[in-house]
Design a protein around this ligand. Sequence first.
Ligand SMILES: Nc1ncnc2c1ncn2[C@@H]1O[C@H](COP(=O)(O)OP(=O)(O)OP(=O)(O)O)[C@@H](O)[C@H]1O
Ligand SMILES: [Mg+2]
Length: 186
Amino acid sequence: MTTRAATLVARTSSVGETQDLAAALADLAQAGDLVVLAGDLGAGKTAFVQGFSRGLGVTEPVTSPTFTLAQQYAGRLTVHHLDVYRLDQLGEVAELGLSELLDDGGVVLIEWGDAILPVLPNDYLEVRLTFTAGPQSADDDRRILLRPVGERWLRRQVSLLHAVAPWAEAPADRPEGTPPAGGAPC
Ligand SMILES: Nc1ncnc2c1ncn2[C@@H]1O[C@H](COP(=O)(O)OP(=O)(O)OP(=O)(O)O)[C@@H](O)[C@H]1O
Ligand SMILES: [Mg+2]
């Protein structure tokens, strides 16, 4: 059974802010963690991985793994950065050796991971980056929804809430019907 927790909602207004938020979340990272990154082209998935890696002490430049599918970076925990955008078939995921990556003591971040949920474990943090729309929004504004799925991340829900607090979306920013940061279960 999958355990679901509340979705936290944050807002950033620059790539640097998204990276800082990701770096703050990286402080909570544990060996074997999986982060599923969702969001349209250019939403900021790679930027998030860059910040998360920096938070884990990675010093080399983190680039998009679109053509290599997977890249590794050494940090406090090894960062495995995958991008499955180009995978045509779920079967190809087997070639990524995902369970070995998750078992090897590092963390795994998968861009477009929401496209391969059927082959992923039920324990992950979903990070969904969206462009914000409306007259008040600038091109660099993003909403970032953080959804812990499964026991591993559910246990860290309070820490997650604290980590994203500086970027928590103010109630006035929130379209009707969306959950508050750290608020209502969904
Ligand atoms: N608030 C923001 N957060 C993240 N990126 C931002 C923000 N504002 C502007 N940007 C810009 O948006 C772009 C995000 O690019 P990035 O490669 O991270 O997106 P992506 O989701 O990984 O795209 P793709 O689907 O092609 O892999 C960058 O050019 C970045 O500078
Ligand atoms: Mg990318």
